[in-house]
Write a protein that binds this ligand. Structure first.
Ligand SMILES: Cc1ncc(COP(=O)(O)O)c(C=O)c1O
Length: 469
């Protein structure tokens, strides 16, 4: 079974299936599973190739030794510029857009050269279903070390005691991480409560509308949103408390995508405790700020914390789940109730929802977590918040309405329906707005001049990564 699996994998993953196929190659693949790679590499000495029953001219797995890759398969050794200039041109255009534009999307960031190097490393090639020390495939000794390093650094970054917290670094991104959390702790149609999406929550916090269950988290689980107070723009904790008392959710989600104030985790905890709910904090947006210690940390109160690693944390595009270990509660008779989140969450991620982890990304997480522990990172996060607050002041001074009157974090929520030179002409609807910016000569000229100003400003700042891609 295992060998068959490996054969399948090799035929699927290597160029053999594309270029060669046939019995000779399959025999080679069996040998690949059973013998050390070294025996299989095409060498000029014919003994090893005889041993593997492979025609060396058709065997493309070599990346070392005295032969170059191009001798075996040119297509594997050709840079993108040569092999696919059409695609490279698109990447370059995007690079140029990023260099010249002023990117102000709160969920985006520019990751570091080190992370980009991890992403395009050989770790990408390896299948490693399972967890360190418990893999389905052989050859995972270094992959295990990479994943363990990522786990260790993730805990260190948020100053967590490994006796009290564990972490899963395999989720492909934030949405699958959140789905894994519900899968782990909610039965099908179990009840969840998150901030409504129009109020600043995320899709994966159970979003649905009057006519459609939009997020799978509202299809497979029963979701009841909580809201912000329409006047203050702040989360209405009293309403959440009252509704939670009725709804008795299994999980209360404390997390935001578009809310500019720090969350009151202590209040969330109190509401969760009153209803026997898990408190799940999704700190995707603010993880960098939490790592730097400049906003309240959810770890003091939550049972589970998920995050993406590519927003303020500035790492690769991925998700991570932290879960509590040890004693969950003590009964009046002194009996201890232990957390069982580690096995539930690990099993929900794999094999529940995912297959092989993205090892190149996990390496990116490891190095991003190391960066997030540096004093420079703390300064960077402080500056991000200062910039956002300065932006608020500037916008308010120009007459814009900023929700909640300011920000505690990296994002600013501006009401563009009431103010703005173009909306004053177009009215609040997007199609009318688009029409004005594409037809009104005066507006077109102003946008052009603004674009030039923004591009000249943005070009002053370097972009991490390689200059060409
Ligand atoms: C709070 C929150 N959670 C989860 C996600 C989902 O992350 P991803 O886009 O990586 O699936 C986001 C994305 O913006 C988010 O803001």
């Amino acid at each position: 079974m295992q060998r068959g699996h490996a054969i399948c994998g090799l035929l699927r993953k290597s160029p053999l299936s594309t270029f060669a196929g046939g019995e000779r190659v399959r025999l080679g693949a069996i040998a690949a599973e059973r013998k050390p790679r070294g025996n299989l590499l095409p060498r000029s000495d014919s003994a090893s190739s005889r041993e593997c029953s492979i025609d060396p001219s058709q065997f493309y797995l070599c990346t070392r030794g005295k032969h170059t890759m191009a001798e075996y398969c040119k297509i594997l050794d050709v840079p993108l510029a040569e092999s696919d200039p059409v695609l490279l041109e698109l990447i370059r255009k995007e690079k140029s857009r990023q260099v010249h534009g002023l990117e102000m999307i709160a969920s985006e960031n520019f990751t570091s050269l080190s992370v980009l190097e991890c992403l395009s490393s050989c770790l990408h090639n390896k299948y490693s279903e399972g967890y360190p020390g418990q893999r389905y495939y052989g050859g995972n000794q270094f992959i295990d070390e990479v994943e363990n390093l990522a786990r260790k650094r993730a805990l260190e970054t948020f100053k967590l005691n490994p006796e009290e917290w564990g972490v899963n670094v395999q989720p492909y991104s934030g949405s699958p991480a959140n789905f894994a959390v519900y899968t782990a702790i909610c039965e099908p149609h179990g009840r969840i409560m998150g901030l409504d999406l129009p109020d600043g929550g995320h899709l994966t916090h159970g979003f649905f509308t009057a006519t459609k269950k939009i997020s799978a988290t509202s299809i497979f689980f029963e979701s009841m949103p909580y809201k912000v107070d329409p006047t203050s723009g702040l989360i209405d904790y009293d309403q959440l408390e009252a509704n939670a008392k009725l709804f008795k959710p299994r999980v209360i989600i404390a997390g935001v995508s578009c809310y500019s104030r720090c969350l009151d985790y202590a209040r969330f905890r109190k509401i969760a405790d009153a209803n026997g709910s898990y408190l799940f904090a999704d700190m995707a947006h603010i993880a960098g700020l939490v790592a730097a210690g400049i906003v309240p940390s959810p770890f003091e109160y939550a049972d589970i914390v998920s995050t993406t690693t590519h927003k303020t944390l500035r790492g690769p595009r991925a998700g991570v789940i932290f879960f509590r270990k040890g004693v969950r509660s003590v009964k009046p008779n002194g009996e201890k109730i232990m957390y069982d989140l580690e096995s539930r969450i690990n099993q929900a991620v794999f094999p529940g929802l995912q297959g092989g982890p993205h090892n190149n990304t996990i390496a990116g997480i490891a190095t991003a977590m190391l960066q997030a522990q540096q004093p420079e990172f703390i300064e960077y996060q402080k500056q991000v918040v200062k910039n956002a607050q300065r932006l608020c002041e500037g916008l308010i001074s120009k007459g814009y309405k900023v929700a909640t009157g300011g920000t505690d974090i990296h994002l600013v929520l501006v009401d563009l329906t009431s103010t703005g030179e173009i909306s004053a002409i177009s009215g609040p609807k997007l199609p009318d707005f688009k029409n004005v910016i594409s037809t009104n000569a005066d507006v077109i000229a102003k946008i052009k001049s603004l674009r030039q100003e923004v591009e000249a400003f943005s070009e002053n700042f370097p972009l991490p990564g390689y200059p060409t891609h």
